[in-house]
Design a protein around this ligand. Structure first.
Ligand SMILES: Cc1cc2nc3c(=O)[nH]c(=O)nc-3n(C[C@H](O)[C@H](O)[C@H](O)COP(=O)(O)OP(=O)(O)OC[C@H]3O[C@@H](n4cnc5c(N)ncnc54)[C@H](O)[C@@H]3O)c2cc1C
Length: 464
């Protein structure tokens, strides 16, 4: 097998050395560790097709992988050691920028940061933005339908894609790269593959939609009393700024304390502590005084008692410092011991109620636990993370992961929410999906999987 694969893509790109493959076999949280027969690194769509054709014929499992930043174990092979990890990292070329169509065609292994930078160089914006953007790849973003901090204005990854090139399980190449704005010629197949987490096909390139580069950006860090007040502020911001509202992120005081305590170079952003904070960004490419809009909105919010204090970034450096408070938050939780995580969404208006009910339920089950819920309030998507009680035994705390998840997910489901807002299902939530997803939807998903991947070689054990 190793020899056959080497003949298809070059022996140098078939990795078996344990020191080299280790980085591909576990994921960032350290929750999943797998084994693989080898890691293959094809360098073109034709090579991906050749690998899949071979694996299909030989009934070999293939685990597609991009930047390996996924948070649900979708990119990690199982423990059998039989699967082949197919890394897309060598497919990282910019194929084309079509300025008139506002579309750029990039290969799946390009990092998100590089894609953003190509768009910027062409005077345009690719708005997808995640804290992992330096490492995660466009292919991984497509496969997880990644969200991030600009969804409120531009939508999730699937909203940013005009067309896809996909290699099917049997090696056929589906060429759907398109720059068309309008194309109603039957089923829109690209949406099947986005969010499928490598179980229906391997995406090798995408036509990504570009937007005008904002000429004015205003970033505010706001202190307020409660998530209810944050919702009132959201409505006010939408009324004042319309579609210039680009980011609306909620953070609790404890999260800011963690960042200031553990991440170098941070200080408390406002003079006094506040129970909750919002990072808000407005961005516009049209003429107009965006700063005046931001100031007027904040003044109205202050006068009406919606917010307690706010600061508006006066320079690029200040803007970066405010953003880093939000971006460093997921990472610093590790420094406070174990953290049990949930990536949930509920209807936006229900977020404050969810935070109250879920917070109380967790504290009742585990006195001393420290909820640090933060995230994309503008999308109803909260990362409901719970840090261990101070001084608790980390292993004992993490052993209750399933129990606490069940508690929180039951509340989410009761409120009509989703148990996975933006990270996907992978291995982490596979069993849970069976319990919460509409049974007919599950039947259709299985039928699609059987049609597109009849031998079940693509990312087995993930999603379904
Ligand atoms: C610090 C940090 C912050 C994050 N913030 C966010 C956030 O704000 N929003 C968010 O949505 N996610 C976030 N994530 C999660 C993660 O970055 C995203 O899920 C990202 O889209 C994964 O991209 P990747 O290239 O690393 O994919 P991988 O981790 O390599 O793979 C993820 C899944 O996609 C499949 N896959 C990868 N490439 C392909 C391909 N070319 N074709 C088919 N299937 C493929 C894999 O099999 C796997 O199932 C964050 C992660 C970290 C570590």
């Amino acid at each position: 097998m190793l020899q056959a694969l080497g003949e298809l893509i070059g022996q140098a790109h078939v990795l078996t050395d344990a020191d080299v493959t280790a980085a591909f076999l576990s994921e960032p949280r350290g929750l999943y560790h797998g084994k693989a027969a080898c890691v293959v690194r094809p360098g073109s769509t034709a090579e991906v097709a050749a690998v899949l054709r071979y694996c299909h014929a030989q009934r070999l499992s293939v685990v597609p992988q991009g930047g390996n930043t996924g948070l649900v174990g979708g990119q990690t092979p199982d423990a059998s050691g039989k699967a082949i990890v197919l890394s897309l990292q060598r497919l990282a070329r910019l194929r084309e920028i079509d300025a008139a169509a506002h579309v750029m065609v990039v290969e799946a292994g390009m990092t998100l940061a590089e894609a953003q930078s190509h768009a910027r160089d062409a005077g345009m914006l690719f708005p997808l933005s995640l804290a992992s953007e330096g490492t995660c790849t466009i292919g991984g973003n497509l496969a997880t339908n990644a969200g991030g901090t600009a969804v409120i204005a531009y939508g999730s990854t699937r909203d940013l894609v005009a067309g896809l090139e996909v290699v099917l399980a049997d090696g056929r190449v589906l060429n759907g790269l398109s720059s068309l704005k309008k194309d109603n010629t039957g089923y829109d197949l690209k949406h099947l593959f986005m969010g499928s987490e490598g179980t229906l096909g391997v995406m090798t390139a995408a036509s990504l939609k570009l937007f005008p580069q904002p000429r004015h950006v205003e970033t505010a860090f706001i202190g307020l009393a409660s998530p209810d007040q944050a919702l009132v502020l959201l409505a006010l911001a939408q009324a004042h700024a319309g579609n210039a509202l680009k980011t609306f992120e909620l953070m609790p005081r404890l999260g800011i304390e963690f960042v200031v305590r553990h991440a170098p170079g941070h200080r408390d952003p406002l003079q006094k502590p506040h129970a909750w904070y919002v990072l808000m960004e407005l961005a516009a490419s049209a003429e107009g005084d965006l700063q005046a809009t931001a100031l007027e909105m904040l003044e109205t919010a202050l006068n009406r008692g919606v917010i307690e204090d706010a600061t508006l970034a006066e320079s690029g450096a200040q803007r970066d410092a405010l953003w880093r408070l939000r971006e460093d938050l997921p990472d610093v939780q590790k420094r406070e011991g174990g953290s049990i995580k949930h990536d949930i969404s509920v209807p936006i208006a229900a977020v404050p109620e969810f935070l109250r009910v879920a917070g109380a339920a967790v504290l009742q089950a585990m006195p001393g636990a420290r909820p640090v819920p933060f995230g994309h309030l503008g999308d109803g998507n909260i990362h409901f993370n719970i840090s261990q009680p101070v001084g608790a035994d980390t292993a004992g705390f993490l052993a209750r992961w399933g129990e606490i998840n069940a508690l929180v997910h039951a509340i989410v489901t009761r409120m009509g929410g989703s148990i996975s807002a933006e990270h996907g299902i992978g291995q982490l939530k596979r069993e849970l999906l069976q319990q919460v997803k509409d049974p007919v939807a599950l039947e259709v998903m299985r039928a699609l999987k059987a049609t597109l991947d009849p031998h079940g070689i693509l990312n087995p054990g993930k999603v379904l």
